[in-house]
Ligand binder design. Structure first.
Ligand SMILES: C[S@@+](CC[C@H](N)C(=O)[O-])C[C@H]1O[C@@H](n2cnc3c(N)ncnc32)[C@H](O)[C@@H]1O
Length: 195
């Protein structure tokens, strides 16, 4: 792992306890917007294997698990052990959650997963920490199944321009995407599907 990445990991480990207080509502707004868009476009939330890359404190799991099928399996992946630990002890109601999450401590740039395992990939506000956007998208496209699966991904507006993201995505010939630039949401939100 290079020094820059180690610094990012250190920062998230150090601040994990304060993350939810500062960012949970902000991140929840992004998920809410995605859910609203999926509902509006008639996509039912019937995914089986859900991978959340850079899941942090599992805020997406907490928000989404009520939509899961009995057969859904959420897997959160993050390289910050403290973010995962905080999420597992604070954002899961073990009494009521039907389907408990799995978590993997791993680097998003080196995912320990086979190709085409996920029906839904989520990655919220993670890409700014990774050096190569094309490589990040390529690894997501490798792990997702190629029919009726979708990717919900967001990019912080202070780190990316809309044009940069769009032109990177256009390099991939087998996908379609919709994007949303909402005033009070600090990320560009992309829904990516296969054509
Ligand atoms: C801004 S937080 C977003 C967390 C979560 N997606 C959310 O919506 O609350 C960024 C997360 O990405 C993780 N992350 C950054 N670089 C990573 C990498 N190379 N591999 C795995 N996780 C990474 C951090 O540890 C942190 O939990």
């Amino acid at each position: 792992m290079d020094n820059k990445k180690r610094d990012v990991q250190y920062k998230y480990n150090k601040t994990a306890e304060h993350y939810d207080l500062r960012y949970k509502n902000i991140q929840n707004n992004k998920i809410d917007f995605f859910l609203y868009m999926l509902k509006r476009s008639g996509i039912r939330f019937k995914f089986y294997t859900i991978l959340d890359i850079g899941c942090g404190t599992l805020t997406s799991y907490e928000k989404l698990n009520k939509y899961f099928q009995k057969t859904s399996h959420y897997i959160g992946i993050d390289f910050s052990i403290e973010m995962l630990k905080y999420g597992l002890s604070h954002n899961i109601n073990k009494n009521f959650d039907i389907k408990l999450p799995s978590v993997i401590l791993a680097d998003a740039e080196n995912l320990p997963l086979k190709n085409e395992v996920a029906d839904l990939v989520i990655s919220l506000t993670v890409a700014q920490n990774l050096p190569d956007l094309t490589a990040h998208l390529k690894s997501i496209l490798n792990i997702i199944k190629k029919n009726s699966s979708i990717i919900l991904i967001s990019f912080h507006k202070s780190f990316f321009s809309l044009n940069e993201i769009k032109s990177t995505l256009m390099k991939f010939s087998n996908i379609d995407f919709d994007y949303f630039d909402v005033d009070d949401i600090e990320d560009y939100l992309f829904v990516i599907k296969f054509n």
